[in-house]
Design a binder for this molecule. Structure first.
Ligand SMILES: [Zn+2]
Length: 180
C-alpha cells in the first residue's frame, strides 16, 4: 500500500546547460510542490502505512529550501560569490537544480530521514517509494530508488547556509519553549 504527503517551497535557481535559453540564462523562481510517496506491505495498529506526524523531519528539511537560492556547485566562482554576498538563504547542490536534480537530491535526503525514523506502532517495512517534484503546474520529475545510480554524492556535498541552519535552530527552540 502507498501513501503520499505533499510539501511546498518557493525557491530561485538557474538551470545551466538546459535546452531552454530562458531557463539557462536567467535567475528565476518557482513554487515547488514535492510529493513524497511511502509504501509498506503491512499496516500499523491504526491501519496506516505510517502516521504523517512522523514526517516532521521531512517537513523541516523541505523548509530549508524555502525562500532560498539553490546554487549548483558547478557554477562559476564569480556567481557563487555574488549569490552568497546578496542572499542569506543559500542551498549548495552537487546536482543542477532542475526538477530532476531536486527529485534525486530529495530522494536521497528523505530516504535517509526515513531510515532513521523510529517506528513503534507496529509499522511494517516502510520504504520510500519515490519523490516527485513539480516545478510548474504542468510538469514534474519523479525519482525512484533505481534512479539514484544517475548521481553520485554524499551528505557532505549538500550545503545549507548559516542563515538557514540558524533560522531552523531558533524556530525549533521556539517550538520547544512553547511546548516544553
Ligand atoms: Zn526554473
Amino acid at each position: 500500500m502507498r501513501i503520499r504527503k505533499l510539501f511546498r517551497f518557493e525557491a530561485a535557481h538557474v538551470v545551466r546547460n538546459c535546452h531552454a535559453r530562458r531557463c539557462r540564462e536567467n535567475i528565476h523562481g518557482h513554487s515547488y510542490i514535492v510529493e513524497v510517496f511511502i509504501s509498506s506491505e503491512t499496516l500499523d495498529k491504526g491501519y496506516m502505512v505510517m502516521d504523517f506526524t512522523l514526517l516532521d523531519e521531512v517537513k523541516a528539511l523541505i523548509d530549508r529550501f524555502d525562500h532560498s537560492y539553490c546554487l549548483w556547485q558547478g557554477e562559476e566562482e564569480e556567481l557563487k560569490r555574488f549569490i552568497y554576498r546578496y542572499n542569506q538563504r543559500v542551498v549548495e547542490m552537487p546536482v543542477s537544480p532542475s526538477a530532476e536534480g531536486f527529485a534525486l537530491l530529495l530522494f536521497f535526503l528523505v530516504d535517509n530521514i526515513l531510515r532513521h525514523t523510529v517506528l513503534s506502532n507496529g509499522e511494517g517495512e516502510v520504504q520510500l517509494h519515490s519523490v516527485r517534484v513539480h516545478e510548474t503546474a504542468t510538469g514534474y520529475a519523479e525519482a525512484f530508488r533505481e534512479d539514484m545510480k544517475l548521481v553520485d554524492f554524499t551528505h557532505d556535498d549538500i550545503l545549507f547556509s548559516g542563515s538557514i541552519l540558524h533560522e531552523e535552530a531558533t524556530s525549533t527552540k521556539h517550538r520547544d519553549d512553547v511546548h516544553g
